[in-house]
Write a protein that binds this ligand. Sequence first.
Ligand code: TGC
Ligand code: FAD
Length: 390
Amino acid sequence: MSENFTSPDFYNIDELLSEEHKLIRESTRQWVSKSVSPIIEEYAQKAEFPSHLIKELGEIGAFGPYIPEKYGGAGLDQISYGIMMQEIERGDSGIRSTASVQSSLVMYPIWKFGSDEQKEKYLPKLATGEIMGCFGLTEPDHGSNPSGMISNFKSHGDHVILNGAKMWISNSPFADIAVVWAKDENKRIHGLIVERGMDGFTTPETHNKWSLRASSTGELIFDNVRVPKKNILPGKSGLGAPLMCLDSARYGISWGAIGVAMDCYNTALKYSLERVQFGKPIAAKQLQQKKLAEMLTEITKAQLLSWKLGKLKNEDKATSAQISLAKRNNVDMAMNIAREARQVLGGMGITGDFSIMRHMMNLESVITYEGTHDIHLLILGNEITGHNAF
Ligand code: TGC
Ligand code: FAD
């Protein structure tokens, strides 16, 4: 990855960005080039999360960019949030995961559905990274269908008793708090803030991943955990509450995927200009040019999609189905570009000397989490036809 990375901008999309957007992009890009790119391959090879980046992510404003400043956020717009996710995911999807879980899945629900006391207690510390959070929705037997969840709590004086298990939870092994979704005695879903150290609450790590190796993933186990009632998010209940958080995170992923695609495209372009076979750079061969031309076409379409979605989000007009379309399209686009770019590099493409193979493996998680590729198709199918085919 080049120190002086310049993003492809074939349609002058920069004209659609404000000076502030471009400054945010430049500063995030510089941070990624300085702090992420040089170390990330080594951490991925070791399957270790680079925890020293947490403080720096807080310093560059990657935790809660659109959360109001009075709660420690940066008070920026949705396009700024997207641009930050794009630049961070250019470095690695796992680092973007950490930023988007903290922002969209932990800070967002506390900000949107939390009490004043919860907001004041948690948001400023989450914004700096002094404390880290995770989001527990998926269960061993309920992934695409979270409404079937069995995690539950029963009232017990000023506490509730929480039981159940969550699986595939980003950052759970080191998180200080977990925003957990569970059913009350009436089978209504609520969000609860569970703190590390509460008796009966454990977070075993998930090992042997070939994807998102520089991100820490684990379980959340609740064995009669006593959670104070004041830790329940009072502002919204029902499945719609966690789905609103997912809308915010899925939007950020639509931008993040563009960052991965840009990095793969740039790496393939540079390599194809330098690699000589049959007496010429392979960039002079029609088949390689087809790959590069199609990559640039797809990146350009994705850029326009996410930018327009960001405008709609700024106006609070983006629908869930529009967000599904962008997440689904852009992650698929990035996967196809990573595969093609890997081939442009021939054998070198499989090594850790280049970022492409790591990106490609990471994308296998990104296309699965936050709603699988097929679930987003079904969300669109439902929107178009009015028939729920889940
Ligand atoms: P359904 O009956 O359609 O809806 C239930 C209630 O929710 C409302 N609703 C929404 N509200 C806000 N935002 C949305 N996007 C909403 N979608 C639906 C809906 O109106 C209804 O409200 P009400 O008042 O009538 O009760 O629900 P369903 O059970 O049929 O499921 C719909 C489906 C399949 C789309 C949903 O379950 C789904 O999206 N499944 C995928 C699960 C998923 O994405 N899990 C992600 C887990 S978190 C994660 O992966 C983090 S990775 C993080 C990282 O590392 O970056
Ligand atoms: P399943 O739901 O079992 O799906 C298996 C296959 O069946 C998929 O291809 C799916 O598309 C398909 N399928 C399912 N239903 C239908 C249907 N109705 N029609 C047709 N096909 C269908 N979750 C969290 O809550 N918090 C996190 O922080 C988090 N982080 C994650 C990090 C990683 C690295 C990974 C891999 C996952 C993470 N997840 C997290 C979980 C993720 O959201 C789920 O893996 C995802 O929602 C899919 O659920 P599942 O794995 O149980 O697959």
